[in-house]
Design a protein around this ligand. Structure first.
Ligand SMILES: Nc1ncnc2c1ncn2[C@@H]1O[C@H](COP(=O)(O)OP(=O)(O)OP(=O)(O)O)[C@@H](O)[C@H]1O
Length: 589
């Protein structure tokens, strides 16, 4: 039985009849969407004189304005602002007329939604989950389709809603289906899935969807509810260029539409992202916990971008790089799922000291190709002779031994990495020597050949000094812009290494997982959306380290990202580009 609340219908009628998006409300100016005369933002349970998370926030959004929230360095401050808007932080004093005057007394929980792409979903638990399930024969429990998982209310054909459920008790058989509303909702669903290019994916198992496809589906799901204000934090993360254009123009059309189905939009963006033209106003969250709000052109004049020095590569790399011996050779490799061909006859060779940018639209098969290299894809066994990894066919490698040779960050690893309370930053980084997920060894720097390292052995000393090096080069001091080299740990880095991984901010977790990927100096490093969720200072620190000596001449590195300027090396540094399109792979200039 489907029942739409009267409240939702009432809300729709109010928004249709009385409040125009252009700012006219029954002859007088419409109430603002958001109004905070002057408040500070606190964690729940805290009040002055405690230190606020953000101070003296004055912010008003008028109905005809389109706003973006920019985080100038600390993504956590931008997040705190959104958390205040969604009721997860405390505003003190609380705005006298309510935070959202345009709601005119309606409950914000019913009509305001937040979709967050900058950070890991908080639902993930402490255990490792098997992200490789999507590559294999899909298990029964993973078979739920995109439609069943994200849009279950559309799974039952409209005409069947008229048939009463005879098994239900009489008192529950009330005819609560509003067909007009339901039909409109279905039409809206059709439009959403067409415009976001999701219709062709509706009957695929949801775990089979690529990252970009899943992100679009999350936006569509939020829009299918009755929503009047939609906040999207970093919606462009992980989207290819055409999809970004498609999404931004779609959001623009929603924002300007008078349709009751179209919400107002507030975009959360990184300072490096180009702002869409239609954004008229900006709230800039500065690192000193203050906020500057105003017209886009005025706020963007502010010299807010943190300067962390040049991010280009040092001179040593400025010549065309000389490749070492062959690490990976892929010959005539294809991957398909039933009739669905994803990769067709791929040929690709990766040498030591090479730097690659693996490119391709969302769903092009980049993650699938990397899963073949890491041996996580079951089809890597059946195609072993086509996959020559570190001088042997894939089938001659036990998977854990391959994992130790490949340092990797990816959205999948980020989601799957266990968040157990007992695991410190040191422990998490130390798992990188073996590429596993469980800290091992007396000094928590892993085993060798299945046994603990000998106390004081050369290998143990090397591993500990590598731990110090990455913690210094990518730790808190480096995020502030200090150029840190060597293996001496400052007190601040030491303290950071002792923190519980689970308690870190999402950006801190991302950079710790990058340390983990690099610590063992494995021959192959795969960086898939490495910067996602990181603050600006962290991104700069990571770029500095990678383009310096973070990846050595005896290592190869493959970077997957949709923005060319996110690759830590430039073309002058000898970065090569491998493009997946329509299942085929070619090196492009
Ligand atoms: N088990 C499966 N059954 C059917 N199709 C699948 C399955 N697993 C993956 N696919 C499809 O394979 C294609 C490639 O997915 P993949 O995750 O490799 O893309 P991607 O290039 O990494 O995309 P993104 O940039 O969005 O992360 C997608 O269209 C996806 O829907």
């Amino acid at each position: 039985m489907i029942s739409f609340s009267c409240r939702s219908r009432l809300a729709r009628q109010i928004s249709l009849s009385s409040v125009s998006r252009r700012g006219i409300h029954q002859g007088s100016p419409a109430p603002p969407v958001l109004h905070i005369p002057k408040s500070s933002i606190y964690a729940f349970g805290e009040t002055p004189p405690a230190e606020p998370v953000l101070r003296d926030v004055s912010w008003t959004i008028q109905p005809d304005e389109a706003w973006a929230v920019l985080g100038s360095g600390s993504g956590s401050s931008k997040r705190a602002l959104f958390e205040a808007l969604t009721g997860h932080r405390r505003l003190h004093p609380s705005p006298p007329g309510g935070l959202f005057p345009f709601l005119q007394g309606r409950d914000s929980h019913d009509v305001i939604r937040m979709v967050n792409f900058a950070h890991r979903p908080s639902s993930a638990g402490g255990e490792f989950y098997d992200y490789t399930a999507r590559y294999g024969a899909v298990r029964d429990e993973d078979k739920k389709t995109l439609r069943e998982t994200f849009f279950p209310e559309t799974a039952r054909p409209l005409h069947k809603l008229a048939i009463p459920d005879l098994l239900r008790p009489e008192e529950e058989k009330a005819p609560t289906v509003d067909f007009e509303e339901e039909r409109a909702k279905r039409e809206w669903f059709e439009e959403l899935t067409q415009r976001l290019d999701l219709a062709r994916l509706l009957d695929l198992p949801v775990i089979a969807l690529s990252n970009g496809q899943t992100r679009k589906a999350r936006i569509a799901r939020a829009l299918l509810q009755h929503v009047e204000l939609l906040m999207l934090d970093e919606p462009l993360t992980g989207l290819d260029t055409p999809t970004r254009t498609l999404l931004l123009s779609f959001l623009h059309s929603l924002h300007t539409s008078q349709s009751p189905r179209s919400p107002r939009i507030i975009l959360g963006m990184r300072t490096k992202d180009p702002l869409p033209d239609w954004v008229s106003h900006v709230a800039l969250v500065r690192d000193d916990r203050s906020i500057l709000t105003g017209k886009k052109q005025d706020v963007l004049r502010e010299p807010y971008l943190p300067s962390h020095g040049a991010s280009t590569s040092p001179l040593a790399h400025s010549q065309r790089r000389k490749h070492g011996d062959e690490l990976i050779r892929i010959s005539d490799l294809s991957v398909s799922y039933g009739p669905r061909g994803v990769l067709k006859s791929i040929n690709w060779t990766i040498h030591r000291n090479s730097r690659w940018h693996l490119m391709g639209a969302n769903g092009a098969g980049k993650t699938t190709l990397l899963a073949m290299l890491t041996g996580e894809h079951p089809q890597s066994y059946s195609q072993s002779s086509r996959l020559h990894l570190f001088s042997r066919p894939r089938s001659q490698w036990p998977t854990p031994q391959l994992s130790a040779r490949i340092g990797r960050v990816s959205p999948e690893i980020n989601n799957a990495f266990p968040r157990r309370h007992a695991m410190t930053v040191w422990d998490a980084v130390g798992t990188g020597f073996e590429g596993g997920f469980v800290p091992r060894g007396r000094r928590r720097v892993g085993f060798f050949d299945g046994v603990d390292l000998q106390e004081g052995s050369e290998l143990e000393q090397w591993r500990v000094s590598r731990m110090h090096e990455v913690l210094a080069a990518l730790g808190p001091r480096a995020w502030r812009g200090d150029v840190v080299t060597g293996t001496t740990l400052a007190d601040e880095d030491q303290a950071f290494s002792k923190r519980a991984f689970v308690d870190l901010s999402p950006g801190e977790q991302s950079i710790v997982l990058l340390m983990r990927a690099l610590v063992g100096q494995p021959p192959l490093v795969l960086l898939d959306e490495a910067w996602a969720g990181m603050d600006e200072g962290m991104v700069q620190a990571a770029r500095r380290y990678l383009s310096g000596n973070g990846v050595t001449d005896s290592q190869a590195c493959v970077v997957i990202c949709h923005w060319e300027d996110e690759v830590p090396w430039s073309r002058e540094d000898g970065v090569r580009r491998f493009l997946l399109r329509d299942g085929e792979g070619t090196e492009v200039s």
